[in-house]
Design a protein around this ligand. Structure first.
Ligand code: IFM
Length: 464
């Protein structure tokens, strides 16, 4: 299934240790190969998520998540693939940490499997689960890599889903309690904390298009879930602060600059509406403590009723940084359809336009001020298993766009390529390879692709 085209059909549309120094950057970087040196200490990194790489789905006390259940249902994923084994990262932690060190990574963004540490989502803690993340964070620190911990990357504990999951307002508090548990376990290692990853995808793909867990198709319910996710973000920020975290806290949002597909008033108007769905309905509550009025006006009473007095003040609790997941722009016609104006990738929802990253980053600065930014995800899948020159070109051009944004004054501190290694790509199973490191799923052997070798050089010379 095409993820974002389904959404269009639905009408939807350092980090610790890597602090930005404020140093100036060399100007005149461009996509054509001109050199671009990044600020000293720039946080070159890579991203993964728990269900996509860990495997060990039933080991050491881990409880099931919605993705364990969903991926085991007939017809939900390509070839019936599941994350049962994935890249077996749980058993290969030391080797994978060494691999990150050998690449020279300065920052590593991973997610915690909520049901590995709290098998039923709340209540009894699974010490073996916590121990795994402790080993991970300590191993990163020993290798000079800043840990960036995402608390929720879509894998809601199944036990909570049976109580309604994020449809249930209580889930926001269960999430905050879990955030506190993670602070107790890892707080002294001073990681950067990211609350939610891409709540938009849960809403649009999990609850509207129904092609991600939990596989529902109810747009009204989806937007109630969206509000509860944001409430969970705010409560988790407050819980982490109250616990005394010195680390920085923010959310990771999937954002897409929206352009009218042509110069008509109709296209401009539709693009504004699409921008509300794609971007402002997430950015405004988190960074301004309000929902955009034009988006709110489209919501039915049931969704508005779910938004209680005081919620937006919680959601807008000051965060320290914003994570930006960027995969491409959106072009909208006068009838509200999405059209592609740039090349795509094996992920046919993806439109490849590095300049969109520049537009997005400078727009955030313009509309939301100088919030420190990290690219929490950017990348592409390719069928070139080892000699992935297309990915090299993609990354080079996106890095150049990021450099131009920094030169324009954007406080971009770090950049996490999606993904460190090949992994379970949700409904697409193992058919899409997004990693810079190739994983042989039979032997679990890791092999650096051309992009990984190239990225190592980028990091070593701090630029492209
Ligand atoms: O693999 C996903 C990731 O889990 C969230 N962001 C998009 C990636 C590519 O689809």
């Amino acid at each position: 299934m095409r993820r974002r085209s389904l959404l269009a059909l639905a009408g939807l549309g350092a980090l610790a240790g890597c602090a930005r120094t404020g140093a100036t950057v060399q100007p005149a970087a461009g996509p054509s190969g001109a050199s671009a040196t990044f600020p000293p200490g720039f946080g070159w990194g890579a991203s993964t998520s728990a269900y996509q790489i860990e495997g060990a789905a039933t080991e050491d006390g881990r409880g099931p998540s919605v993705w364990d259940v969903f991926s085991h249902e007939a017809g939900r994923t390509r070839n019936g693939d599941t994350g049962d084994v994935a890249a077996d990262h749980y058993h290969r932690l030391t080797g994978d940490l060494d691999l990150m060190r050998d690449l020279g990574l300065r920052s590593y963004r991973f997610s915690v499997s909520w049901s590995r540490v709290l098998p039923t989502g709340r209540g009894a803690v699974n010490q073996q689960g916590l121990d795994f993340y402790r080993r991970l964070v300590d191993g990163l620190r020993e290798r000079g890599i800043a840990p960036v911990v995402t608390l929720f990357h879509w894998d809601t504990p199944q036990a909570l889903q049976e109580l309604g999951g994020w449809e249930n307002r209580d889930c926001a508090q269960w999430f905050a309690d879990y955030a506190h548990t993670m602070y107790t376990a890892l707080g002294d290692a001073d990681p950067t904390w990211l609350t939610l990853n891409e709540p938009k995808t849960v809403v649009d793909v999990g609850y509207t298009a129904g092609i991600h867990a939990p596989g529902k198709r109810d747009r009204q319910l989806a937007n109630i879930v969206g509000h509860h996710l944001l409430l969970g973000h705010g409560l988790a920020v407050q819980a982490l602060r109250a616990a005394g975290t010195g680390g920085r806290i923010g959310a990771a949002l999937s954002l897409s600059p929206v352009y009218p597909a042509d110069e008509t008033d109709a296209a401009r108007s539709q693009a504004t509406a699409s921008d509300a769905e794609e971007n402002r309905r997430w950015l405004d509550p988190v960074l301004k403590g309000s929902y955009p009025q034009d988006w709110l006006a489209t919501q039915p009473a049931a969704v508005r009723t779910a938004m209680r007095d005081g919620d937006l003040a919680v959601i807008g609790t000051a965060s320290d940084l914003l994570g930006v997941n960027y995969y491409g722009p959106t072009h909208i016609t006068g009838t509200g359809s999405r059209v592609m104006k740039h090349p795509t990738s094996q992920a046919t929802w993806q439109e490849i336009d590095p300049n969109g990253l520049y537009d997005l980053l400078t727009r955030i600065k313009r509309d939301y001020g100088d919030v420190p930014l990290t690219i929490t995800e950017n990348g592409m899948p390719t069928t070139n298993a080892f000699d992935d020159q297309d990915r090299v070109t993609f990354l080079r051009e996106h890095f150049a766009a990021a450099h131009r944004a920094i030169a324009a004054g954007v406080k971009l501190e770090s950049y996490h390529v999606w993904s460190l290694m090949d992994n379970f790509e949700w409904a697409e199973g193992y058919t899409q390879r997004w990693g810079m490191v190739h994983v042989d799923y039979t032997t679990q052997q890791r092999t650096l692709k051309a992009s990984a070798r190239w990225y190592k050089e980028v990091i070593a010379r701090n630029g492209v």
